[in-house]
Design a protein around this ligand. Structure first.
Ligand code: ZN
Length: 124
Protein backbone atom coordinates (compact mmCIF):
# COMPACT_ATOMS: atom_id res chain seq x y z
CA UNK A 1 0.00 0.00 0.00
CA UNK A 2 1.28 3.42 -0.89
CA UNK A 3 0.80 5.84 1.98
CA UNK A 4 0.88 9.43 0.84
CA UNK A 5 2.29 10.64 4.11
CA UNK A 6 2.54 14.22 2.96
CA UNK A 7 -1.22 14.47 2.57
CA UNK A 8 -2.67 12.63 5.54
CA UNK A 9 -2.55 13.10 9.31
CA UNK A 10 -0.97 10.19 11.18
CA UNK A 11 -0.64 9.14 14.81
CA UNK A 12 2.53 7.88 16.49
CA UNK A 13 3.61 6.96 20.01
CA UNK A 14 5.48 9.91 21.51
CA UNK A 15 7.67 7.64 23.63
CA UNK A 16 9.06 5.87 20.57
CA UNK A 17 10.19 9.13 19.06
CA UNK A 18 11.74 10.97 21.99
CA UNK A 19 15.30 12.13 21.35
CA UNK A 20 17.65 9.35 22.45
CA UNK A 21 14.87 6.78 22.62
CA UNK A 22 16.51 3.40 23.05
CA UNK A 23 14.23 1.46 20.74
CA UNK A 24 13.56 1.95 17.08
CA UNK A 25 10.06 3.33 16.64
CA UNK A 26 7.65 0.42 16.67
CA UNK A 27 5.68 2.03 13.87
CA UNK A 28 8.77 2.19 11.67
CA UNK A 29 8.19 5.85 11.00
CA UNK A 30 11.36 7.88 11.28
CA UNK A 31 10.23 11.35 12.23
CA UNK A 32 11.91 14.02 14.35
CA UNK A 33 10.31 14.48 17.76
CA UNK A 34 9.90 18.22 17.26
CA UNK A 35 7.64 17.58 14.27
CA UNK A 36 5.12 15.63 16.38
CA UNK A 37 2.11 17.43 17.82
CA UNK A 38 1.59 16.25 21.39
CA UNK A 39 -2.16 15.70 21.87
CA UNK A 40 -2.05 14.26 25.39
CA UNK A 41 -3.67 16.02 28.34
CA UNK A 42 -3.63 18.88 29.30
CA UNK A 43 -3.53 19.85 25.62
CA UNK A 44 -6.96 21.00 24.40
CA UNK A 45 -6.86 18.04 22.00
CA UNK A 46 -6.29 15.58 24.84
CA UNK A 47 -8.94 13.03 25.78
CA UNK A 48 -10.89 14.45 28.74
CA UNK A 49 -12.01 10.90 29.60
CA UNK A 50 -9.21 9.32 31.60
CA UNK A 51 -8.13 5.75 30.94
CA UNK A 52 -7.31 4.33 34.39
CA UNK A 53 -5.81 1.05 33.18
CA UNK A 54 -3.97 1.19 29.84
CA UNK A 55 -3.98 -2.63 29.68
CA UNK A 56 -7.76 -2.86 29.99
CA UNK A 57 -9.02 -3.03 26.42
CA UNK A 58 -12.67 -2.79 27.43
CA UNK A 59 -12.02 0.41 29.37
CA UNK A 60 -9.98 1.74 26.44
CA UNK A 61 -12.87 1.06 24.06
CA UNK A 62 -15.22 2.80 26.48
CA UNK A 63 -13.20 6.03 26.83
CA UNK A 64 -12.65 6.09 23.06
CA UNK A 65 -16.40 5.84 22.54
CA UNK A 66 -16.89 8.69 25.02
CA UNK A 67 -14.26 10.74 23.19
CA UNK A 68 -15.93 10.10 19.82
CA UNK A 69 -19.27 11.32 21.21
CA UNK A 70 -17.54 14.37 22.67
CA UNK A 71 -15.51 15.09 19.52
CA UNK A 72 -18.48 14.89 17.17
CA UNK A 73 -20.87 16.80 19.43
CA UNK A 74 -22.27 19.96 17.85
CA UNK A 75 -20.74 21.96 20.71
CA UNK A 76 -17.25 20.85 19.66
CA UNK A 77 -17.44 22.29 16.15
CA UNK A 78 -15.03 25.14 17.11
CA UNK A 79 -12.56 22.55 18.42
CA UNK A 80 -12.82 20.52 15.20
CA UNK A 81 -12.26 23.67 13.13
CA UNK A 82 -9.27 24.52 15.29
CA UNK A 83 -7.86 21.06 14.62
CA UNK A 84 -8.24 21.68 10.89
CA UNK A 85 -6.19 24.85 11.23
CA UNK A 86 -3.62 23.49 13.68
CA UNK A 87 -2.91 20.20 11.92
CA UNK A 88 -2.37 20.65 8.18
CA UNK A 89 -2.02 17.70 5.81
CA UNK A 90 1.07 15.70 6.68
CA UNK A 91 0.86 16.50 10.40
CA UNK A 92 1.86 13.81 12.89
CA UNK A 93 -0.11 13.55 16.14
CA UNK A 94 1.54 12.01 19.18
CA UNK A 95 0.02 10.25 22.16
CA UNK A 96 1.26 7.37 24.32
CA UNK A 97 -1.19 4.66 23.21
CA UNK A 98 0.18 3.31 19.94
CA UNK A 99 0.11 0.57 18.79
CA UNK A 100 -3.14 0.43 20.75
CA UNK A 101 -6.12 2.49 19.67
CA UNK A 102 -6.07 6.11 20.69
CA UNK A 103 -8.30 9.19 20.74
CA UNK A 104 -5.82 10.76 18.31
CA UNK A 105 -6.97 8.18 15.74
CA UNK A 106 -10.42 9.76 15.99
CA UNK A 107 -8.98 13.25 15.47
CA UNK A 108 -6.81 12.09 12.55
CA UNK A 109 -9.73 10.19 11.06
CA UNK A 110 -11.84 13.31 11.21
CA UNK A 111 -9.18 15.50 9.60
CA UNK A 112 -8.47 13.02 6.82
CA UNK A 113 -12.16 12.51 6.15
CA UNK A 114 -12.82 16.26 6.00
CA UNK A 115 -10.01 16.84 3.54
CA UNK A 116 -10.97 13.95 1.32
CA UNK A 117 -14.61 15.02 1.25
CA UNK A 118 -14.45 18.83 1.06
CA UNK A 119 -17.95 19.09 -0.39
CA UNK A 120 -19.65 16.97 2.25
CA UNK A 121 -22.55 19.03 3.58
CA UNK A 122 -22.63 17.11 6.86
CA UNK A 123 -20.10 19.45 8.39
CA UNK A 124 -20.54 22.70 6.40
ZN1 ZN B 1 -3.64 8.03 23.04
Amino acid sequence: MILRTNSIVRVVNLNDHRPGAYNEPEDGINIPYFRIWNVTRPNIFGNPFVLRDAENDAERAHVLMLFAEYWYDEKQRPLRNRALMNFPPGSVLGCVCKPKECHADIIAGYLNWRRQNPGDIWEE
